[in-house]
Design a protein around this ligand. Structure first.
Ligand code: UDP
Length: 339
C-alpha cells in the first residue's frame, strides 16, 4: 500500500536518501525545505513546498490542499559544536520549527510522525551500550533541542492524539550505494567526510605532511585514546523510517515511542582513518589537536528494541562497507577549494 508522505528537510543528507527510498517504493512524496543547508538537485521529482518551519504560516502551507498520511521530520540544524556557540539558532530551528510543524499537523489532523532524533539526547553515558531507558541529560543545545521536541511530541500524543516514532540515531554515515546521493554539509564537520576530503586532496597531488585532518584528542579512556562512536549506514536509517511508518499506519504505535538506531559496533577515530586509508588507497595523515567541547569518550547503541519491535536489522554493519559507499560518492566529486 502506498501513502502520501511529507518529508521535512527532504533536500538534506538523510532526507534526500529517504525521498529516494520512498519514491522507489511508489509513495507520493512532498518535500518541505528552506534550502538553508539542503540542495535543490536532490529532489528527484518529488513535490516541493519551499518554506521555513520557523514560520507557522509556511508550516501550514505544507498541508494545504494535500491529504498527508504521515510526516517524516528531518529538518533541523545538526552541528553539536555550532549549537554550543549559537544556542538560539538551535532552539529556533529545532524547537520552534518542530512546534510549528506539530501545530500545523494538529490543524490538518495528521497524526502520524516519524521523528529524526539523536543519541545526543542522552548526554554522557552512564552505562554502555546505551538503550532507550538511559537517562536523557543532553550536554549540548543540539541534544537539548531534540529532547525538548521529543517531550512536546509525547505531550501532544497524550493530549491531542499524535502518534510519534522517534528514531535516535547514533552516527549517521555512508552514502547511497548507487553513488547518486551523498553527504554535502557546508562547512563539513563530520569525521568520515573530512577524512575522505583529505583523501581527495591527496589524490589531487596534495602532500600528506600538509594534512588538514585533525583528531580531536587522543587521551580519552578508550583502547587507542580516541573517541569511539557507533557508525550506522544511512540506507539502514532510511529502512528503519519505513518500518516506523508501517507501524504507525498499522496502528501499532502507542502515543510516543523511541528506538535507538546503531549497529552496536564501537569504532574509534583512528579506526575510521585506518579504514579510509585502506578503502581509498591514500596515505592519509592527521594531527592530534585538543578535545572538542562536548565530545563523550564513547557512544555505542543497544538497538535491541528496534530489532525486536520494528524488525529492523542493519545491513551495513562493517565500517569498511560504510566507508566504501561514502567513497563511491566522494571520489566522483570535484575537490572543493576549502573543504
Ligand atoms: N572528529 C575528529 N576530527 C574531526 C571531526 C570529528 O577527531 O575533524 C571526531 C569527533 O571528536 C568525534 C568523532 O570524530 O569523536 C565523530 O565526530 P562527528 O562530528 O563525525 O560526529 P558526532 O559524534 O559529533 O555526532
Amino acid at each position: 500500500m502506498t501513502h502520501s508522505i511529507l518529508v521535512t528537510g527532504g533536500a538534506g543528507y538523510i532526507g534526500s536518501h529517504m525521498v529516494k527510498l520512498l519514491l522507489r517504493q511508489g509513495h507520493q512524496v512532498t518535500v518541505f525545505d528552506n534550502f538553508s543547508t539542503g540542495h535543490r538537485d536532490v529532489l528527484q521529482g518529488a513535490d516541493l513546498v519551499e518554506g521555513d518551519l520557523k514560520n507557522a504560516a509556511d508550516a501550514a502551507r505544507a498541508f494545504a490542499g494535500r491529504q498527508i498520511d504521515a510526516v517524516m521530520h528531518f529538518a533541523a540544524s545538526c552541528y553539536v559544536g555550532e549549537s554550543v556557540q549559537d544556542p538560539a539558532k538551535y532552539y529556533n530551528n529545532n524547537v520552534v520549527g518542530t512546534l510549528n510543524l506539530l501545530g500545523a499537523m494538529r490543524t490538518a489532523q495528521v497524526q502520524r510522525l516519524v521523528f529524526s532524533s539523536t543519541c545526543s539526547t542522552y548526554g554522557d553515558p552512564v552505562s554502555l551500550p546505551m538503550n532507550e531507558d538511559h537517562p536523557q541529560r543532553p550536554v549540548n543545545p543540539y541534544g537539548m533541542s531534540k529532547l525538548v521536541s521529543e517531550r512536546a511530541m509525547a505531550d501532544f500524543g497524550r493530549d491531542y492524539g499524535l502518534r510519534t516514532v522517534a528514531l535516535r540515531y547514533f552516527n549517521a554515515s555512508g552514502c547511497d550505494p548507487d553513488g547518486e546521493l551523498g553527504e554535502r554539509h557546508v562547512p563539513e564537520t563530520h569525521l568520515i567526510p573530512l577524512v575522505l576530503l583529505e583523501a581527495l586532496r591527496l589524490r589531487a597531488g596534495g602532500r600528506p605532511e600538509e594534512t588538514r585532518l585533525q583528531v580531536f584528542g587522543d587521551d580519552f579512556g578508550t583502547p587507542d585514546g580516541t573517541c569511539v562512536r557507533d557508525y550506522v549506514h544511512i540506507v539502514d536509517l532510511c529502512a528503519a523510517h519505513l518500518l516506523a511508518m508501517q507501524r504507525l499506519v498499522q496502528g501499532n504505535a502507542s502515543g510516543f515511542e523511541a528506538f535507538n538506531l546503531g549497529t552496536g559496533n564501537g569504532c574509534s577515530v583512528k579506526d575510521v582513518i585506518d579504514t579510509c586509508r585502506r578503502v581509498t588507497g591514500q596515505d592519509i595523515q592527521y594531527r592530534i589537536t585538543a578535545r572538542r567541547a562536548g565530545d563523550p569518550a564513547r557512544l555505542v547503541a543497544s538497538a535491541g528494541r528496534a530489532h525486536a519491535e520494528l524488525g529492523w536489522a542493519p545491513q551495513f554493519d562493517a565500517l569498511s562497507d560504510i566507508v566504501e559507499t561514502a567513497w563511491r560518492w566522494f571520489s566522483r566529486q570535484p575537490m572543493p577549494a576549502n573543504p
